[in-house]
Design a protein around this ligand. Structure first.
Ligand SMILES: Nc1nc2c(c(=O)[nH]1)N[C@H]1C(S)=C(S)[C@@H](COP(=O)(O)O)O[C@H]1N2
Ligand SMILES: [Mo]
Length: 413
């Protein structure tokens, strides 16, 4: 009889909740949920137009993992908003399920001997990658949306590589375990019998809550997180309920510029004397020529309006705002590109990760893609990018460069 005071002994673990049914139900929820997280994560990566690197995607040594199959479309305008809303809201909602699942299999972490065979050793190593990778992805994701970054290096790179490690281990685990999980769940439904198995405690404490009750608790926690997060990416009264994460609510203030601000002009080091009518000139570089335009001159070009949201990789989004300005494809034509090419957009901002971005030809060509000068009937506010900012339908917020200083058509590298 092993010493039951040691966690390596099955008798050390007393909860009557542990068993194949509890673990299987949680596992099946994660099977679906994490697959959706992985797919929306890959789509989010594609939305950056990563092969316009190194401007948009600076992931070093990504090799084949940086594969990318299509130009991110501009229709429907809420595409990135939906994708990222699902990715982040679902990720947060799954936290209680993930924790409960890890708790339910905790005894296995301490099981001795460490490996009974080579196959068993490999399985345990894959579990380390699975649990470590999963915790890493959830922790970096939550830190990123809380605008709080503790890790060295770029969130983007870490979350990207972490996702591949995690998902490879997840896939192996799912292939090995899903059949047994389905069997366990089916058996209790058909026979009403709880299957026994290695997770069941040999000397359980009396229950204080039923297995169903415990699942309800996990589900309730998920529901609470969902309700206090989802409002960051939807319109209507749910916005007010998004108390948990930054950029909930309707925005910083009332008025035409009263919607979410990511980085303020002060934070980005943008000074009034460089954005004034006298000082600021937009430099547009193209195949045949380079032009310099004041804001007054831009306003004499045909102006177009588009109702578009800003949707950040962090999962929050604004409702549709009315943007007004010059079409990007008209600016391309002005410098000799009648067929819109890719464009490199550079901000006046001197430091920081988001001061330049490249857009694909299909994004430049869309008639709703603007160099915006106005929003909601008023001049852009300094925090929303005065004197001019990019707005492109369906694109991640990070491609909507603020305080634009220069557009280079044709060679975004
Ligand atoms: N120059 C510059 N443009 C920028 C950024 C920035 O930090 N600097 N942030 C980007 C990001 S990540 C987002 S989500 C949007 C947010 O736009 P908003 O602050 O008007 O809501 O601006 C984008 N444009
Ligand atoms: Mo963003």
């Amino acid at each position: 009889m092993p010493d039951q005071r040691l966690p390596s002994s099955p008798g050390f673990w007393r909860s009557p909740l542990r068993g194949p049914w509890f673990t299987s139900v949680l596992g099946l929820v994660l099977l679906v949920g994490i697959t959706v997280l992985f797919v929306t994560g890959l789509l989010s990566y594609a939305a950056y137009n990563p092969d316009l690197s190194p401007v948009n995607d600076m992931t070093p040594g990504k090799g084949l993992l940086g594969f990318y199959l299509f130009d991110w479309p501009t229709h429907p305008a809420w595409l990135y908003r939906l994708n990222q809303g699902v990715h982040v809201t679902l990720g947060i909602t799954l936290i209680p399920v993930l924790l409960a699942k890890l708790w339910s299999v905790l005894p296995k972490l301490f099981a001795l001997p460490p490996a009974r065979s080579l196959a068993h050793a490999l399985e345990r190593i894959s579990l380390l990658l699975l649990v470590g990778g999963g915790l890493f992805e959830f922790v970096t994701g939550v830190l990123n949306i809380q605008l709080d970054y503790l890790f060295p290096g770029s969130f983007y790179t870490l979350h990207f590589y972490g996702a591949w490690v995690f998902f490879a281990a997840f896939l192996a685990h799912a292939v090995l375990k899903t059949p047994a999980a389905l069997r366990a769940v089916r058996r209790i439904r058909e026979e009403g019998a709880l299957p026994d198995g290695e997770l069941v405690s040999p000397r359980p404490d009396p229950p204080t809550v039923s297995r169903r009750g415990a699942l309800g608790l996990v589900g309730g926690g998920s529901l609470l997180l969902f309700g206090t997060t989802v409002g960051r990416s939807v319109d209507g009264s749910l916005r007010e309920a998004a108390v948990l994460a930054p950029h909930g609510g309707t925005g910083p203030a009332r008025g035409p510029g009263g919607f979410q601000v990511n980085k303020t002009a002060a934070y980005a080091g943008i000074r009034d004397d460089e954005t004034s009518e006298e000082a600021w000139r937009l430099v547009v570089v193209g195949r045949s020529r380079t032009v310099r335009l004041s804001r007054g001159e831009l306003l004499r070009h045909p102006q177009y309006s588009a109702a578009l949201p800003i949707a950040c990789v962090e999962g929050w989004a604004t409702s549709d705002q009315w943007w007004r300005g010059v079409r990007l494809r008209d600016l391309a034509a002005l410098v000799g590109h009648d067929d819109p090419p890719d464009v490199l957009v550079e901000s006046l901002q001197r430091h920081g990760a988001f001061r330049r971005a490249a857009l694909r030809a299909n994004q430049v060509a869309d008639p709703r893609s603007l160099l915006a000068l106005h929003v909601n009937g008023a001049d852009l506010t300094p925090d929303h990018g005065y004197p001019a900012r990019i707005i492109v339908p369906a694109a991640p917020g990070v491609l909507n460069t603020k305080w634009v200083g220069r557009l280079t058509f044709g060679d975004p590298r």
